[in-house]
Design a protein around this ligand. Structure first.
Ligand SMILES: Nc1ncnc2c1ncn2[C@@H]1O[C@H](COP(=O)(O)OP(=O)(O)OP(=O)(O)O)[C@@H](O)[C@H]1O
Length: 256
């Protein structure tokens, strides 16, 4: 069985079937993209994977255990974390503090420890700062760690969001349109960055409209349209798939 196995998940909103029996699988260390025209159901799939939405049908199995319909914080604890389509940083906090926000999901000290700042509390907080700096080093942002998030260039803000997802301890990163709003230079840097995540052992699932990023980086691609799966394959298969070209006709150039 694959590391992450999604079997025929369905989500309805009233009369709308936003996601209709979508299945996919992701192996450890892969970069898998989910693409499709606007409103295809991609973000709804991410919301089901991360426990934001319950699923109406199907199952999601991670590392051999069912995880569908768990609470978002429990999904993070099993090792799946995400970024959002619109950047959600704490702009008036420093870069390192934004990463520390991610680490607090795994706090072991209790209320007493934090009020009296016991050795256990101080040790754990020191470890978290050390870990946050290590993550910033690994993504090339350690030289900006004391800057306010609002002062980072756009591409670095996107990286910082990913750093925060990594800080939760997650090994599977769900990236929702990481290249959105980037210029070609920033997209090219992002591409290298996501490749480096793979080298570091992360598994990446990505929703992305920028076909140059998708086609250059994905091990495999799943395509959905109007909530339904229409194609799956390696980039060259997807770029030449007639149903995919038709779904995108007049929209994105799939061979970009
Ligand atoms: N909370 C909700 N309530 C009602 N309808 C919703 C809700 N969330 C999503 N939908 C509908 O589900 C469908 C799929 O939306 P979704 O945001 O998943 O698409 P998408 O592929 O991520 O689109 P985009 O590329 O534009 O972000 C759309 O018709 C949308 O209006």
């Amino acid at each position: 069985m694959a590391y992450l196995q999604v079997n025929e998940i369905t989500k309805r909103f009233g009369g709308i079937v936003a996601v209709d029996k979508v299945s996919f699988e992701v192996n450890k260390g892969e970069i898998v993209s989910i693409i499709g025209p606007n409103g295809a159901g991609k973000t709804t799939v991410f919301n089901m994977l991360t426990g934001v939405y319950t699923i109406d049908e199907g199952e999601i199995v991670f590392d051999g255990k069912p995880i569908h319909n768990q609470k978002p914080q429990d999904i993070v604890k099993v090792g799946i974390s995400r970024t959002f389509q619109n950047i959600r940083l704490f702009y008036d906090l420093r870069v390192v503090e934004n990463v520390l926000v991610g680490t607090h999901i795994n706090t072991n000290y209790n209320f007493f420890d934090s009020v009296f700042r016991t050795p256990r509390f101080r040790k754990e907080e020191d470890d978290k700062v050390y870990n946050a700096i290590r993550i910033l080093q690994s993504i090339g942002l350690d030289n900006r760690r004391d800057d306010y998030a609002q002062n980072l260039p756009y591409g670095d803000q996107r990286k910082l969001e990913i750093a925060r997802a990594i800080a939760t301890g997650a090994k599977v990163l769900l990236l929702d349109e990481p290249a959105a709003g980037m210029n070609p230079q920033e997209s090219a840097e992002l591409l290298q960055f996501i490749r480096s995540l793979k080298v570091q052992g992360y598994t990446v699932i990505m929703i992305e409209h920028d076909m140059s990023v998708v086609m250059n980086i994905s091990d495999r691609i799943y395509v959905i349209d109007h909530g339904k799966p229409i194609a799956k394959g390696i980039p060259s298969e997807i770029a030449n798939n007639e149903r995919v070209i038709e779904a995108y006709l007049g929209g994105v150039n799939i061979n970009a």
